[in-house]
Write a protein that binds this ligand. Sequence first.
Ligand SMILES: [Zn+2]
Ligand SMILES: [Zn+2]
Length: 274
Amino acid sequence: MKVTFYGTRGSIPVSDRDFVQVGGNTPSLLVTFASGRVAILDAGTGIRNLGNDMLAGSHEQFDNIFVGLSHTHWDHIQGFPFFKLAYDARRHFTIAICGKGRHAEKLENLFGMQMQREFFPTRLEKMGAEMTFWAPDVSRHTTPGGVTVVASKQNHPGDSYGYRFEDAGKTLVYCTDVEHVDGIDPSVVALARDADLLIHDAQYTPAELRGKKGWGHSSWEQAVAVAEQAGVKKLALFHHDPEHTDSLLLKIEKDCRRQFPEAFLAREGAQIQL
Ligand SMILES: [Zn+2]
Ligand SMILES: [Zn+2]
């Protein structure tokens, strides 16, 4: 399995010069499985470059590209209108929120709403690609392409879902937009158990977290605690705060590595082979 980060910033895209090293696009990742098939995680502004790269590489997969969403907060869907592959009538996407107890019955409406006339010049139904909106109410799924994904509901305003992919003996876990209340949430640790790579929300410093109760995010220290308790091999700090400059993030990475040497900042453009 291979993971490519196209957007790692939380909340809102940033483009100022103090942010270019780590990157300013909101969440979107490309996952390449052992079979060569791909899946996309989240559709923040990073999905624009993701689509452009797939087009430049003349990407051959047309049927059923799985787009798994952690949730539908704006920073996780706002890039979709600029995803060129969705304007290609030969392509088919399954856009999904997976997991028990999800509130995603209106997933198609939410995608349609951000492209309604008042906000955007083109309608969702005019984009061209075939889209299946999928919100199964179970926690274990098989993606189009036959990869197992386990989903787990997370504590976040309006709920979010963490995903665990297992493919060819490797495990990737994606837990963004998650708040730990009363210590580390054991369900997040269970999802991340023995993962080769855990991508975890690390929006705040421990000091910032104290003033952000109920905002739905984690500190880098909590991300490390999950990684340690779950016995993961590598930890990617993700969903960087839009106020965190490159120099602050590099300091966070340094502090974090003192506790967990296999931790690193999820940087836009980085590729991790598992
Ligand atoms: Zn977010
Ligand atoms: Zn959110």
